[in-house]
Design a protein around this ligand. Structure first.
Ligand code: OVV
Length: 401
């Protein structure tokens, strides 16, 4: 926040490209290079600032007045490049609009509302795990990661059953769309009208079930806080943020336990660790790897100058493994203290759906812990090439009772 002065220095320039195949396929050594290049660096290729260090990521998250979201949280500055869709009313806004809109979403995700969903989620998780146990092997990406939120979360919101696969394509647009206009961006945006059109229809009041969470957003329309269009756009946030992120988290959970069988046995012995295990999964394999803020004024971060109007990339994935913050960060340990991880972001924009995500993952991990003795990868997994999310494209798995 301080004006640039003699005590500050220009950011070191880095040749890293966090959106390249090379970086995505081998992220952890690359994250280390990003952190070690300095507390804040200038990414030469994109001319944006970036930090992968925990302390600086946290400092930016906690200072929304200096590092705003209203210019978009992808690499594009919406004041210069028009957004590819009408901006999100929570993700891509600043106070006071953000505060008002977030409160509307927050109310629908109350502890009581989530408690009411638990029994149904447990039943679905048990059915899913039983049916997967009956198969020789399956693709954890399609058959678990995508299948669970497409059924359970989409039912909870109350959207139509037909065409839900569009949600996965839409999440790909939203999250690849936060990156540069590279081949991943172009692939994700291949069929924009059909996908966006389906999602927008699903957000309309007339298409939402009377007992779901989505329709509750329209209470704020009835009380005059939002217009109809704004109500639909807030429902769109559920659908944008709640499918691909959770799908990646489920797949990353399977991957973590399959590759750390001792940790799986630890969870089986103590299923009450399910919630703690999920936090460690988010720290260790963060689904939401990267997003951006934009400086509202000349800023200074760890002694480095960042001029006003610049994009700053936050690498949550790198911060969650920063050895300056975590001891033995590259060890997956479901008994460690994960307090303060930034897998859900933080500050005023910290994930508003995090209790929903925790509920989904907890019921899956508990259903598995009660039934599954071993998790085995049966073929060559393929990592997902993606500008923002960390997950798998294909993960063949066998579960044994
Ligand atoms: C957290 C998040 C990710 C993607 C989209 C949105 C939110 C949204 O509000 O549309």
């Amino acid at each position: 926040m301080a004006e640039a002065d003699a005590a500050t220095s220009a950011a070191p320039v880095s040749g890293l490209d966090p959106f390249s195949d090379e970086y995505i396929l081998d992220s952890y050594p690359q994250h280390a290079q990003l952190r070690d290049a300095g507390p804040v660096v200038l990414l030469e290729k994109y001319q944006v600032y970036a930090t992968g260090r925990y302390a600086q990521v946290r400092a930016v998250l906690e200072d929304a007045a200096t590092y705003c979201s209203g210019a978009g949280v992808g690499i594009d500055n919406y004041h210069k490049v028009p957004p590819w869709r009408p901006p999100s009313m929570v993700l891509e806004t600043d106070p006071p609009e953000h505060t008002r809109n977030r409160a509307v979403i927050s109310r629908t995700l109350s502890p009581a509302a989530l408690r009411a969903l638990r029994a149904g989620f447990e039943e679905e998780a048990a059915m899913m795990v039983d049916s997967l146990l009956a198969r020789d092997s399956f693709d954890a990406v399609k058959d678990m990661g995508e299948a669970f939120p497409l059924k359970v979360f989409a039912n909870a919101i109350g959207i139509p059953k037909e065409g839900r696969h569009h949600l996965v394509a839409y999440g790909n647009m939203v999250f690849n769309g936060m990156g540069p206009h590279n081949k991943l961006y172009d692939q994700a945006m291949a069929n924009p009208d059909e996908v966006s059109g389906w999602v927008w229809e699903a957000c309309q009041r007339r298409n939402l079930t009377p007992d779901g969470l989505g329709i509750r957003i329209f209470d704020a329309v009835d009380s005059g806080i939002l217009t109809d269009e704004e109500g639909a756009r807030l429902v769109r946030s559920f659908l944008s943020a709640g499918t691909d992120t959770t799908a990646a988290a489920i797949v990353n959970a399977l991957y973590c336990f399959a590759t750390n069988p001792g940790q799986w046995q630890a969870l089986r012995e103590r299923p009450d660790l399910a919630r703690a295990a999920f936090e460690e999964i988010l720290r260790f394999e963060s689904p939401f790897q990267t997003f951006f803020r934009t400086t509202t004024r000349d800023a200074e971060l760890a002694g480095v100058r960042i001029p006003a109007g610049e994009k700053v990339m936050l690498s949550l994935g790198a911060a969650n493994r920063d050895p300056r913050q975590w001891s033995d960060p590259d060890r997956f340990d479901i008994t460690r203290t994960t307090t303060g991880h930034v897998g859900f972001g933080g500050g005023i924009h910290g994930c508003v759906g995090q209790m929903m995500a925790r509920l989904e993952l907890e019921v899956i991990l508990r259903a598995m812990a009660a039934r599954v003795s071993t998790i085995e990868i049966t073929g060559e997994p393929r990592r997902m090439l993606h500008n923002t999310l960390r997950g798998m494209e294909y993960l063949p798995v066998r579960l044994r009772a």
